[in-house]
Design a protein around this ligand. Sequence first.
Ligand code: DGJ
Length: 722
Amino acid sequence: MPVKINSTKDTFHLTGGNTSYVVHIDSERDLLGLYWGPALNNADITYDEHDYMPGASFDLPASLKPFEIPTPGNGYYGTPALRIRNEYGDDITELKVVSFETYKGKRPLSGLPYIYTENDDEAESVEFTLTDSLTGAEVKAVYTVFNNCGAITRSLKVRNCSEKKLVIEDIMPASLPLWDGDLDILHLKGSWARERSLVRTPAGKSEYRITSERGASGHEENPFFAVLSRNADEDTGKVYSMDLIYSGSFMDSVRSDHQDHLRMGTGMDPDVFSWLLMPGETFVSPEAVLVFSDTGLNGMSAIYHELFRTRLARGKWRDRSSPVLINNWEATYFDFNEQKLIDIAEKAMNIGIELFVLDDGWFGKRNSDDSSLGDWKENRDKLPSGIKGISEKINGMGLMFGLWFEPEMVSPDSRLYREHPDWCLHVDGRKRNEARNQLILDLTRPEVQDYVTGSISEILRSASIGYVKWDMNRNMTEYYSGSLIPERRKETQHRYMLGLYRVLEKITSEFPDILFESCSGGGGRFDPGMLFYMPQTWTSDDTDAVERLKIQYGTSLAYPASSMGAHVSAVPNHQTGRTVSMRMRGEVAMAGNFGFELDLSALSEDDISEAKDLVTRVKEIRDLTRTGRFIRLLSPFDGNDAAWMFVSENRDEALVFFYRTLTTPNTAPVRLLLKGLDPDASYSDSEGRTYSGSVLMNRGLTMRTRNSFSSETVHLKKTDMN
Ligand code: DGJ
């Protein structure tokens, strides 16, 4: 039983994998978090209020009480998980548990992305109902624990059971006390073309916030973060981590109280969120995922990867390897016609590529980024036979056809904008800030949602389209909807996300065979929310192989290789000017959903044959890179070498990737200590060399690669498999 309840029915032990999480209802009917960490045999934690009494009589006990849903006004002075402003103008909320319910499996979250179960034995849930008797606020705190991996999900449902208005000003579905000291914070910071760099900093004496106010999870921060032991590394040490299944603005917080206890939490960013809750209405928060590991960051990542790949991603493509693609963006940008595209596709077909993707510029009169977003009608000057015609020609070559859209946007120079100037996010009387010459459609409005759904679906119905790249190239500035009353204006960002999720649900359900890839100026919305609708995301607009090592390494903290789009592009690289061998570019891209994004006709004979070889190799290994356990070996953030490996579930096969950016002459070869193999098995590489698993993990595998900008891949198979 993953949710064990003690005989007095006040202590709840959620356990799975190597983890325990203990929640307790105390004598005042407060819901308290007593423990999160390595699995306990028995959660016989006796709640003793002396554990929480302040050192001096100045403070109320509540200032230190380990609330699961801390609220203001009762002596707790930290960051609240829930702040509800009532009609009297105050925000005092005293949440007392009135009942609980346990059940097998997990229920869906309506209108929001969530982790699901496929059968009820995978997980167990407990829902606590708490009420504030004075205001009539009712809160359901929903917890689910997954048997095998110990991941925990949490969400909150707030219902107004009174006759008066309530306003939710802050809401964090997960907030909890930690019980260790000497902790660091780790998060993923970046910018356009430099997404998800690792930032590790000691947890201090105050509050550390990781936020996005952009109306998107953003390039700059990611909702994933971890608090980990100071000595934790990739393979050892305790890691407490959270991710928010949401694609909009968010706030993660790590806050130390006056006795240096840390509390971590994740939820909505209160600067850009509030929600008016009318009598009888319910607000459902996004869901948080909590992952604990006592085997370092690799242990943590393994749990996220499996969970996100198999119980967040959905649909046909969840369980299939992505086709090898070629995308025309960096090959042509806006300057193409049908013949040019057909030429690229023919060359692609000759080297075994399976999917041709037509990127930006196929619609309206879009020859640069200054027009036509919203006008989803093909440009017949560029494509005389239309999308239908070109898709048939591409299909005729044996390739799938894919198409780019940026459905959430409108160009001021477009028919759509001329007809509906009020359909963008804006505030009357203020400037409509353009970014990349575009405005954001107001997806809070049902008629705009319907337009987007209708116009995109029409194209998808009209031709044989097997793949869609769903792009989004700017963040919100005037994040207010003119259609909302002033009291509700601060709901705009969240209503936008709900509108977007509604559109995505409709389109992805109507076209279950299409492989959808999400994108936002590269990886500006690489979050679990989008992965619910689209199993893969374009990781970054930076296709430079050396930069990609860091971007993919950082992304891999929480997100599986199967979710990362990774392409081989031309050299000198368009973002960095660097020249890296075709082989290294390919071996970096092989660790994700592999593709090309260059003009194949500009390649030398040697590069074409290398490209062909890469495609053949990708087809051999892609099931392993999709489903195998991904393990980080050497960090590109620590030096000039990087390495990672994939190990099949039964440990029969492993694929090791080693990359060298800059070499130092006359240094010893690198011996990579492999991980995750069967120590008792013997493995051989493609050249017939044989090694024992324990030797590979303890003495290591010697890398032959020495030169700058080079890479090496070693495919190991258990000897009796050969
Ligand atoms: C941003 C994306 O990340 C690129 O791959 C490309 O699709 C451009 N947008 C097109 O405008």
